[in-house]
Ligand binder design. Structure first.
Ligand SMILES: NC(=O)c1ccc[n+]([C@@H]2O[C@H](COP(=O)([O-])OP(=O)(O)OC[C@H]3O[C@@H](n4cnc5c(N)ncnc54)[C@H](OP(=O)(O)O)[C@@H]3O)[C@@H](O)[C@H]2O)c1
Length: 292
């Protein structure tokens, strides 16, 4: 029988713990968690019921050894912390999947890993953590990666899980579609209220304006985004459980830094590059920095 594939997951938070617990259900995968805060076990309340896993947990990069796959699931601003692990986890054949928001996954890790071995991933899973290793996964969700051999191999890791991991030939569009969702959700971080605040018509207008700027910038970057995307993103927030909390808002509530750069400043930066005004996202950056 073939040796199980060695998977090291950096950052077992809301997304990392959920992904790790699902991958751990497969006998063909051997997982190691690389954590900042120690944890004993993973207990995930999934849409289909609870699942749990007891895995090797490291808290010191010095104890790590090369893996076949590294899954980076830290926040986008925790690159330096993740890089300390990568220095030990990446061997000559290691592939590194970056499961983060924003559109700059590859650029973020290019100083630490050869770019041809970095696989950016767009995660659309709604997950909230209540304690180390304890997560509410609100939907099975999807993970999109670029088409190609590495993308196919990554997607195959999820064959035993209900998470729909698959490749796309138009990854730029996937990136900006998700950024459109994320930038609209920045309002929740500003007003410190769950996603249900989107049912307020004035808040919905603000969300739509943020999202429209992202659509314009995304198109300038080559994404193919539908004319009604911004409106449908706002409808999505209005239809989501009113008490659900996006990860930027979760950060604010927990007193952690927020992903302001990856979710809003990047739109301002790319807008400047293309000569596209982005006053709403600029305002969001100002307000989020003020409440951070
Ligand atoms: N949550 C969602 O619903 C969701 C959905 C789609 C995409 N995303 C994106 O997915 C990414 C992860 O988000 P998340 O919500 O899972 O964040 P999270 O719950 O804050 O988890 C991040 C994890 O990284 C850990 N970490 C930070 N520095 C580390 C280091 N040096 N070594 C090891 N671990 C370290 C944190 O440790 P501590 O426990 O010490 O804080 C935490 O467990 C973000 O880019 C987010 O935007 C999130």
């Amino acid at each position: 029988m073939a040796e199980p594939a060695r998977i090291a997951l950096i950052g077992p938070g809301a997304i990392g713990a959920t992904v790790a617990a699902w991958l751990a259900q497969s006998p063909e995968l051997a997982l190691t968690l690389c954590a900042r805060t120690p944890l004993d076990r993973l207990e995930i309340e999934t849409p289909g019921g609870p699942i749990s896993a007891e895995l090797v947990v490291l808290t010191d990069p010095a104890d790590a050894a090369p893996a076949d796959w590294v899954l980076v699931c830290t926040k986008a601003y925790d690159v330096a912390g993740a890089a300390a692990w990568l220095a030990r986890l990446v061997g000559p054949d290691t592939r590194v999947a970056v499961l983060q928001n924003g559109v700059e996954h590859v650029a973020r890790f290019a100083p630490y890993v050869p770019v041809e071995r970095i696989l950016p991933a767009v995660v659309d899973i709604s997950a909230e953590r209540s304690a180390p290793g304890r997560v509410l996964q609100r939907m099975n969700g999807t993970i999109l990666v670029p088409a190609g051999a590495d993308g196919e191999a990554f997607a195959a890791l999820f064959d035993h899980s209900p998470i729909d991991a698959r490749t796309t030939t138009d990854f730029t569009t996937a990136l900006f579609r998700k950024l459109t969702v994320n930038c609209a959700g920045g309002v929740c971080g500003i007003v410190n209220k769950p996603n249900g605040i989107a049912r307020d018509p004035a808040i919905a207008d603000f969300m739509r304006a943020l999202a429209e700027e992202c659509v314009t910038v995304g198109r300038a970057e080559g994404a193919r985004l539908a004319d009604d995307l911004a409106a449908s993103v706002v409808r999505g927030y209005q239809q989501t459980p009113p008490d659900s909390i996006n990860s930027l808002h979760a950060d604010r509530m927990a007193g952690r830094p927020m992903e302001i750069d990856a979710r809003h400043s990047v739109i301002v930066r790319l807008g400047e590059k293309h000569g596209i005004p982005t006053p709403m996202n600029r305002l969001a950056v100002t307000l989020l920095n003020a409440v951070q």
